[in-house]
Design a protein around this ligand. Structure first.
Ligand SMILES: Cc1cc2nc3c(=O)[nH]c(=O)nc-3n(C[C@H](O)[C@H](O)[C@H](O)COP(=O)(O)O)c2cc1C
Length: 206
């Protein structure tokens, strides 16, 4: 008699891969946070996720202004970025802190993305998705203070932000000229956090 596959095997093989969107809340070309997010993204990829990295420098947006929105609608870059958010299951974000709080680039980008073409609130690209947050900073706290606001903002938008997070202090000595972490064990921790996001997002796929 032919052996039948276990039901669990069939279900697993039918699961699609989790899709992870990653970006840093910094436009700076030599951004520590861009380096950090790319290392974590490798962990997502190694866990079988499909990954998309976005550089916000490629999607500049004006400062949100209700009159501008009423007169001109949403900037083209909002719709471009919205596609990335819609098509992801999980978000990987590394954000610097500015004066102990989240940077305006992150708030402004997410504010625009929370609006519909009809100038109404629209959180559908965010809700029900998981996120992991990280921070890197040349300072002694590694951007830890900013992550409190990042966590709250993402939660308000509908993300479930995983409890695990990573901060990298004294970032100027943590990355080499290729963007890798000097301490391989530390890089493994960052990759493991990316893997945790990918695995959690995969578990939530229906
Ligand atoms: C306006 C401003 C405020 C800053 N405030 C802080 C701060 O509160 N804590 C901190 O650790 N670094 C602070 N920094 C330094 C940033 O962490 C540093 O510029 C970092 O490299 C930015 O991240 P990036 O490398 O990803 O661009 C500040 C930088 C700017 C421009």
């Amino acid at each position: 008699m032919d052996s039948l596959p276990f039901v669990e095997d069939v279900q697993l093989s039918e699961h699609r891969k989790a899709r992870i969107l990653a970006f840093a809340a910094s436009a700076r070309s030599d951004s520590f946070n861009k380096k950090l997010v790319r290392i974590a993204l490798r962990g997502c990829e190694n866990s079988g996720a499909t990954v998309t990295y976005v550089d916000l420098r490629d999607y500049p947006l004006p400062l949100y202004d209700g009159d501008d929105e009423a007169a001109n609608g949403l900037p083209e870059n909002v719709e471009k970025l919205r596609v990335f958010f819609r098509e992801c299951d999980g978000l990987l974000l590394a954000s610097p802190e500015y004066n102990g709080f989240l940077p305006p680039l992150l708030k402004n980008t997410l504010d625009w993305l929370s609006r519909s073409p009809e100038a109404q609130p629209d959180l559908s690209a965010f809700s029900g998705k998981v996120a992991v947050i990280m921070a890197a900073s040349p300072g002694p706290l590694g951007g830890l203070r900013g992550l409190r606001g990042v966590r709250e903002l993402l939660t308000n938008l509908g993300f479930t932000v995983l409890p695990s997070q990573i901060t990298v202090r004294s970032a100027f000595k943590e990355f080499d000229e290729t963007g890798e972490m000097v301490d391989a064990a530390r890089a493994k921790q960052v990759e493991a956090l990316g893997a945790e996001l990918a695995e959690t997002a995969a578990k939530l796929l229906v």
